[in-house]
Design a protein around this ligand. Sequence first.
Ligand SMILES: Nc1nc2c(ncn2[C@@H]2O[C@H](COP(=O)(O)OP(=O)(O)O)[C@@H](O)[C@H]2O)c(=O)[nH]1
Ligand SMILES: [Mg+2]
Length: 227
Amino acid sequence: MVYHETSGEEQLASVIESGRLLFAGQCDFIAAANNMKALPPVTLPEICFAGRSNVGKSSLVNGLTGRRMLARTSQTPGRTRQLIFFNLADRLQLVDLPGYGYASAPKADIKAWTTLTRKYLAGRPSLQRVFLLIDSRRGIGPTDHEIMALLDETAVSWAVVITKADKQKSEALAKVCRDTQTKISKYVAAYPELFVTSSEDGTGIEALRAHLTGFALPKNGHNPALR
Ligand SMILES: Nc1nc2c(ncn2[C@@H]2O[C@H](COP(=O)(O)OP(=O)(O)O)[C@@H](O)[C@H]2O)c(=O)[nH]1
Ligand SMILES: [Mg+2]
């Protein structure tokens, strides 16, 4: 018998290609919710992006989907107070969560963030994983730790995405990654691998697309895990 064994390289290329195809598909804005009733119904597996205001969430959604204007990016942080839902090719839902920790009242900000977002995190059966964005120039701050503790509490699986990698020299970037990895190792719900990205120069975007494809419905298929 002759087997064709796929090499590691072939497998990687195929996963990258699946990611490219998924994110090249249709991507539509479906809802902006500022209360639980306004959340769109659970129909697709979902992943969401969380992080401080200005960390690069909207830019990442735009970078992943290759659409410059899909998620509104802003020079004025702290403006988005809603959960923004996008439907990607009827296979995966992407959610841009409100930013936190900006301005002079971080405590009040966390509280506002917590009320709706916490309900969403705790009560969304389709939510597969939270991607928590950390700016490569700042690393993990105290507010991020609060959010990480909250995520651990709600028992949602979460992973860190380092953003703005283009803004750091490679040594400094490596150090931020090491520090971040050490810090997140204390959290039980944290995925151990970091995703290092730049929406500016495309670093890590195809790897993240490939990873996210693992949560999507198969093409023309259905997901038995979803009721
Ligand atoms: N150099 C660089 N700037 C970025 C990157 N991602 C976002 N930005 C900038 O950071 C600012 C905030 O980005 P935005 O996506 O609106 O952040 P959000 O508040 O988390 O949604 C904007 O001025 C973006 O142009 C990146 O990867 N590299
Ligand atoms: Mg934004």
